[in-house]
Design a protein around this ligand. Structure first.
Ligand code: GLN
Length: 484
């Protein structure tokens, strides 16, 4: 059962072959068995999960079930979840019980999908390896000596280890796609504004976007149907007609033009990753697609631009954690200012502090024009490159990350080499475009390789179509780590 698709699980529940309670018990048992090894979850609460499962079973009895009612999901610990610890991977919120549900959580509850718990993540979603979590690093289920990627590392690891049928993640610079790639699962970051950010703890508000992480493109399509929708509580939420993201899954790929950005196949790309991506291109060509070369010339500036803009926004967003209203407060202090500084000095980890310092610096008087404004201009150029590229192709394809998973601790002391992991994912965030990662092979060490697709604005259904057709022709996505 742990390998079943969401569609199959939904059908089993619909035909009353099993109840949501039974289904949740199976997954909770997997979590109890594997979490001590993988550390994918920060919080598990079987009673709460089973109470939600009973609600789902009642919905079905009342004739109110949807296609996924009763199927459980795991939520990244960045989403406020009423009555659950919502820590964002930080000591700063290690005692914060959310008083309300994020919009994403509300949507899953309305669909009758119980929560299996809250997944581990890099502190405040800052990181690419899940090593900055206050709750300890997550282990890659393919090899526990390696990182699962980040910041949604717990989400990716729990799906790969079959501790949950699916999970939610968030992606500011690659945090859905890069861990999906490193753990051999499928993950999708939607067009900016499609999923509400209400109740999702903010990192860099102009880049943050939540999305699904699951075993396949088909699963992601069904989850996206649940997650998207206008929300008046998020001023950047888009008012659009409801779409069925699974509608084009079965379309043939004949005539599809796949754009290959030459900059994504240049220096710095691991040769095994390059070879797997080339093989995937050949596979898609066999399915009727035509590769075309495109250029994203300014994408080489994406990392420096991101490391001005994201910290700038983070320094502002994280100013709310001051020990006054909620979360951690230093136990001893002399006056208000001392309380602020001790609370923040003790509550935040090193990476978060580094970002706050960079952000405060680039926004400060005299540097704002030189850094922040300049970065905004280059952000526009990066987005323009995509607009130009989409004139000659329907979807852009490349590697998700320059390499496969690296060893725990290997890059922990070298922030720049850590940042370079997001070389190919950040451009889509800067442009607000949808992107996804799907498994396309393994390296010599048996670690998964990720293939990235980037679509035009609102072209999620197209990307999912390409990914699904590829997954029908290959079986990389259905492989699971051995001994787990
Ligand atoms: N790894 C990137 C960072 O550290 C992206 C994180 C994310 O997408 N949340 O900022």
């Amino acid at each position: 059962m742990i390998d079943y698709s969401l569609k199959t699980l939904g059908a089993m529940l619909a035909s009353q072959q099993l109840s949501s309670r039974e289904l949740c018990q199976t997954w909770l048992a997997r979590i109890a068995e594997l979490n001590p090894r993988i550390n994918a979850f920060i919080t598990v609460d079987a009673d709460k999960t089973l109470a939600e499962a009973d609600c789902a079973d009642q919905m079905r009895d009342a004739g109110q079930a949807g296609p996924l009612t009763g199927v459980p999901v795991a939520h990244k610990d960045i989403f406020c979840t009423e009555g659950w610890l919502t820590s964002c991977g930080s000591k700063m919120l290690h005692n914060f019980i959310a008083p309300y549900d994020a919009h994403v959580i509300q949507r899953f509850k309305a669909a009758g999908m119980p929560s299996l718990g809250k997944t581990n993540m890099d502190e405040f979603a800052m990181g690419s390896s899940n090593e900055t979590s206050y709750f300890g690093a997550v282990k890659n289920p393919w090899n526990p000596d390696y990182v699962p990627g980040g910041s949604s590392g717990g989400a990716a690891a729990c799906v790969a280890a079959r501790m949950a049928p699916a999970a939610t993640g968030t992606d500011t610079g690659g945090s859905i796609r890069q861990p999906a790639a490193l753990c051999g699962i499928t993950g999708l970051k939607p067009t900016y504004g499609l999923v509400s950010r209400f109740g999702m703890i903010a990192f860099a508000s102009s880049l943050d976007q939540a999305g699904p992480m699951a075993k396949s493109a088909e699963d992601c399509a069904l989850l996206l149907n649940v997650m998207t929708g206008f929300d008046p509580n998020d001023s950047t939420s888009l008012e659009r007609e409801k779409e069925d993201y699974s509608r084009d899954l079965e379309q043939p790929l004949a005539g599809l033009r796949i754009g290959l950005p030459r900059e994504f196949f240049a220096e710095g790309l691991n040769t095994e990753v390059a070879a797997a991506v080339e093989t995937a291109i050949a596979e898609l060509t066999k399915l009727g697609a035509t590769p075309v070369e495109v250029s994203l010339a300014n994408s080489k500036l994406a990392i420096p631009v991101y490391y001005v803009l994201a910290p700038a926004e983070a320094s502002s967003n994280l100013s709310r954690f001051d020990g006054v209203r909620y979360g951690y407060r230093a136990p001893e202090y002399t006056d208000l200012n001392d309380m602020y500084s001790k609370t923040r000095a003790q509550g935040f980890g090193d990476e978060v502090k580094r970002r706050i310092l960079i952000g405060a610096y680039v926004l400060s008087h005299g540097y704002y024009d030189a850094y922040y404004l300049q970065a905004q201009k280059i952000r526009r150029l990066i987005a323009n490159d995509f607009t130009e590229a989409f004139k000659s192709c329907d979807v852009i394809l490349g590697p998700t990350a320059p390499g496969t998973a690296f060893k725990l601790g290997e890059k922990a002391d070298d922030p720049v080499s850590m940042y370079l992991n997001d070389l190919y994912t950040i451009p889509a965030n800067l442009a607000g475009l949808p992107g996804m990662s799907l498994p396309c092979g393994f390296d010599g060490k048996g670690l998964p390789i990720g293939l990235q697709l980037v679509g035009n604005y609102f072209a999620e259904a197209k990307m999912l179509n390409v990914a699904h057709q590829y997954q029908r022709a290959t079986d990389w996505h259905s492989r699971a780590p051995e001994g787990i």
